[in-house]
Design a protein around this ligand. Structure first.
Ligand code: FCB
Length: 481
């Protein structure tokens, strides 16, 4: 793989094109709370977070930001910040408590209120169908390891498309299927906490199939001008020693199991031959049935890119422990199928509070790669942002959070988005992760990504300086130093 770099220095003033959307992103389980209300069934994240030892401090999404009950206030907040767009996810277990059967009207009504509330405020809705909260009943029947789950997902997509299809601008099928498949079923640090390499590969295929079947289900049911996408957390993987054949091979393996396992079938209609070869001792891939690849390879309008940091790898010589934690940057061998001989090295800093290295050039590289490989598709940065330990100060009557490190992170990443546009990539929007501090999966509430602070005792919201900075950017559309 080549590693293109922004070829010009960031100019002092960069103007985003007309129509470029500035937004924020969230996910249902991370913000909604109301986990047992209005007919919502349990999801794998309810089960996982209630299992001792799985989430830091035993935090759960039972209440989260209580967004379910504070919807109007949160919509007003977005309007005050002048957001053009909002990316949210729909909780499958609110729509079908067990993942099958008739729709739960109360669940649909909540998302109808959300979408209508956005539109009334001139904010364009981007709906993600699946951000990791699989109904527990489907998990009990095999979860993403089972083929049926993909067909159940298509039925769910049909229900949602029917109900909201006249009002949603962009549909995103899956959020980061890599995390669902591999953090969920190989390293096991995410729900459902399985650690079986072959199940991870089966899950990846069934997620791909779910994506394609859902697109087919949506297409006839939604507005003719709706756009379709999927949000992928593609790995920017760098060989530690660029001249070392073993390190280059390590990077190729991670590119296969981290990226092309999804982009291959979704964007080119085939699994990459090198991935099949890398994993041949684990599976013969007979779970891929005739016709599946045609079902998966459906027209898309945009690729959603979620980007936080980069990875550096070398060939693992077998020394050191194998204890992978979060899927970003670790210094041990990899639990990813077909890439057991790959070691992830700690990246040079600076780091965010997650321990993830800050490297905007990785975002530039991804945008340019996706543009080069799929010139007919537009791109959306559907997530980018940073956790930092925020200090709250009280100035007069007002609480303030002077989160200059977050502003710096956002500014530097937006600068490379601007550069990628200048260099020809059709990037149409940027969604800061996240609108609110929220339930950060296995890390619980400790890691704060929000532009808006949430006090988890009182649930009070406070716009951080980064929110005010981002609001100004959305208004002026101009990035200044
Ligand atoms: C991404 C997830 C999102 C959030 C950010 C920090 O992997 O899609 O829900 O947790 O990381």
């Amino acid at each position: 793989m080549t590693t293109p770099q922004p070829h010009t220095q960031q100019t002092a003033t960069a103007v985003f094109p007309d129509g470029f959307l500035f937004g924020t992103a969230t996910a249902a389980y991370q913000i909604e709370g109301a986990a047992r209300e209005d007919g919502r069934g349990p999801s794998i994240w309810d089960t996982f977070s209630h299992t001792p030892g799985k989430v830091a401090r035993g935090d759960t999404g039972d209440i989260a930001c209580d967004h379910y009950h504070r919807l109007e206030d949160d919509l007003d907040l977005m309007a005050q910040l002048g957001m053009d767009s909002y990316r949210f996810s729909i909780a499958w277990p609110r729509i079908q408590a067990t993942g099958r059967g008739p729709a739960n009207q109360a669940g649909l009504d909540f998302y109808a209120r959300l979408v209508d509330g956005l539109r009334r405020r001139g904010i364009r809705p981007v709906a993600t169908l699946y951000h990791w909260d699989l109904p527990q009943a489907l998990q009990d029947a095999g979860g993403w390891g089972a083929r049926d789950t993909a067909f159940a997902f298509a039925d769910y997509a049909a229900i949602v498309g029917e109900a909201l299809g006249d009002r949603v601008d962009v549909w995103t099928t899956l959020n980061e299927p890599w995390c669902s498949a591999f953090l969920g079923h190989a390293s096991g640090v995410h729900a459902p906490g399985v650690t079986e390499p072959v199940t991870a590969l089966r899950a990846a295929h069934h997620l791909n199939l779910a994506h394609g079947l859902a697109l087919q289900a949506l297409r006839d049911r939604v507005r003719a001008d709706a756009r379709f996408s999927v949000s992928l957390n593609l790995h920017v993987v760098r060989p530690d020693r660029p001249d070392d054949a073993g390190d280059l091979e390590a990077a190729r393996r991670i590119d296969a199991v981290g990226n092309r396992v999804f982009t291959g079938p979704m964007l080119a209609g085939a699994y990459p031959g090198d991935l099949l070869a890398d994993t041949a001792s684990i599976t013969d891939w007979s779970f891929v049935r005739d016709g599946d690849l045609a079902d998966i390879f459906q027209p898309l309008d945009a690729i959603g890119i979620n980007y936080y940091s980069t990875s550096r790898v070398r060939r693992w010589d077998g020394s050191g422990s194998n204890n992978h934690s979060a899927g970003h940057n670790v210094s041990t061998a990899s639990p990813w199928p077909g890439a057991e001989s790959v070691q992830f090295l700690t990246q040079p800093g600076p780091y965010t509070e997650m321990g993830w290295n800050i490297d905007p050039s990785g975002l530039y590289e991804l945008l340019m790669r996706m543009h080069r490989e799929n010139p007919e598709l537009s791109l959306l940065v559907t997530e980018n942002g940073a956790a930092f330990a925020d200090d709250v100060s009280t100035e007069g009557e007002t609480r303030r959070v002077h989160d200059t490190a977050r502003i710096d992170y956002l500014r530097r990443h937006l600068a490379v988005v601007q550069q990628a546009i200048a260099d020809g990539a059709d990037v149409r929007g940027y969604y800061a992760w996240s609108l609110l501090d929220n339930f950060e999966w296995a890390y619980g509430y400790e890691k704060r990504f929000g532009l808006v602070r949430v006090d988890f005792d009182t649930l009070e919201r406070t716009a951080k300086d980064s929110a005010l900075w981002y609001a100004r950017l959305a208004q002026t559309r101009t990035l200044t130093d």
